[in-house]
Structures are given as structure tokens and as C-alpha cells.
Design a binder for this molecule. Structure first.
Ligand code: PGA
Length: 253
């Protein structure tokens, strides 16, 4: 199966023109043997989706649009929220749910995340669920990290059926330049896939690593068959750097 790179732009860039430029640079890049998903902020979706529609069909085959959040109700009196059907109508196919920054700053709970995933899947979006332990847990070792992650998975995916991509993003590795050791991440990949298949009945789960992934370390992760790709924050905002990552992942045998 082809490897996957997901660009999480977070609250960037600061202008629509900047978003259009970044999307175009990545969209026009020659991609071989790799799928790319771009997740801009909601405000830029329309601009990016219009540019995506204008692209030649061949370029669109391995490029898709995603968003960084979704609400758990389809419509109604929920000020500022955005539902999955609205996103689908704009051409969005993927949604990141449960990112640690939302768990932290918006106080998103596992129960909220579970409702978001259930509705997103019901309405036909593919879900990228983020899990990962904080530094305080990791310092107690891999077993402690596994316990933390398993608890998140069980709560976030309770009663959920459908295609799931799990992004393992140890919180201490996000935006810090301190990426997890690839040989440790692959152990977690195996662990997560087993839980999804054996305990949650989710077939063919995919695994992404996230946390200070860049062109210098990406090959160390995707060399493993258990690692299907990466969720990339900071490095996805620099067009040349992200293009380099696309080329490196595509080259991976
Ligand atoms: P980073 O962010 O690549 O900047 O560490 C990853 C993420 O939070 O998705």
C-alpha cells in the first residue's frame, strides 16, 4: 500500500494568499508512490478546494483535502461549529480528530472525540484520530505509554465502525524538534494496530507517526511496514521542505 503524508497546517498561514500559494506549490509537486492530504484551517477550505477542482485529474489522484476538526452534530444552533456534510459538500474527504492541541486548549474529552468520529464516519469522511502520551507518562517507560494510548483508543473508538487512520503523536515530540525514536514508534505502531484489529474490530487500520517529522528523519519511520506515513505540522508549512519529504517517502522501497 502507498505511504501517506498528511499536512496539518494548524493555525497557519496568516493570509488566504499565503494558503493558496502553499497549496499550489505542494499540489503541483510530482508525486510518485505516495498519497498526500492537506489539512488547512476551515477559512481557507473554499479557496483550496477551488484550486483543487481546477487541477488536472492526474494530479488529483494522490492528493486529497482534509480539515483539522469537525462537530458532532450535522446542523443546528451550534454557533461557529462545522458539520461533516458541509465539509463533504466542499470536497473534503478527511478529518483530523482528537489532536492533542484541541484536547489541551479546547478541553476536548474522549467522549466528545468519540461523538465526532462516529458522525464523521457516518457522513462519509475518513477519520485521522490522534493519540499520544505526555512526557510525564513517557518518563515511566513504554508500558506506561502503551496503557495511556490504549485507554484513549478504547474511549475514542467505542462503538465506532469504519476506516480509521491513527496518528500516534507523543505530546512531547510535537513542535519540539525532539522526534520519537523510530524504533520506539514502530513498537507503538504494532501495538495500536493490534488493539484496533483484535479488540475494536476495525479492519485494515493505518498508522501515522507525528511529532517533529521532517525531511531528515522521515525515511527512518516509513522504512517500517507497520508505519504507513506521517502527520506533519511545522515542516508542512515550508513548501520546499514538504516537497522534499514527499519525494523521500515516494522513493522508499
Ligand atoms: P509538528 O506537529 O510536526 O510540528 O511536530 C505535528 C502535529 O501536531 O500534527
Amino acid at each position: 500500500m502507498k505511504k501517506l503524508l498528511v499536512a496539518n497546517w494548524k493555525e497557519n498561514p496568516q493570509t488566504e494568499a499565503g494558503a493558496a500559494k502553499l497549496f499550489e506549490a505542494v499540489g503541483k509537486t510530482k508525486r510518485q508512490n505516495v498519497d498526500v492530504i492537506i489539512c488547512p484551517p476551515f477559512v481557507y477550505i473554499e479557496e483550496v478546494a477551488a484550486s483543487f477542482r481546477k487541477m488536472r485529474t492526474a494530479a488529483k489522484k494522490d492528493l486529497a483535502l482534509g480539515v483539522q476538526d469537525v462537530f458532532w452534530e450535522e446542523y443546528g444552533a451550534f454557533t461557529s461549529e462545522v458539520g461533516p456534510k458541509m465539509l463533504k459538500s466542499l470536497g473534503v474527504q478527511y478529518v483530523i480528530v482528537g489532536h492533542s492541541e484541541r484536547r489541551k486548549y479546547q478541553k476536548e474529552t474522549d467522549a466528545m472525540i468519540n461523538k465526532k468520529i462516529a458522525l464523521a464516519l457516518k457522513d462519509g469522511l475518513h477519520v485521522i484520530l490522534c493519540v499520544g502520551e505526555p512526557a510525564a507518562v513517557r518518563k515511566n517507560g513504554t508500558a506506561a505509554a502503551k496503557k495511556f494510548i490504549k485507554n484513549q483508543l478504547k474511549k475514542d473508538l467505542a462503538g465506532v465502525h469504519g476506516k480509521i487512520i491513527v496518528a500516534y503523536e507523543p505530546i512531547w515530540a510535537i513542535g519540539t524538534g525532539k522526534n520519537d525514536r523510530p524504533e520506539d514508534a514502530v513498537v507503538i505502531a504494532d501495538f495500536i494496530k493490534k488493539i484496533l484489529k483484535d479488540e475494536l474490530g476495525i479492519s485494515n487500520p493505518r498508522f501515522l507517526y507525528g511529532g517533529s517529522a521532517n525531511s531528515k528523519n522521515i525515511r527512518d519511520y516509513v522504512q517500517y511496514k507497520e508505519v504507513d506515513g506521517a502527520l506533519v505540522g511545522g515542516a508542512s508549512l515550508r513548501a520546499e521542505e514538504f516537497k522534499k519529504m514527499i519525494a523521500l517517502v515516494g522513493d522508499q522501497k
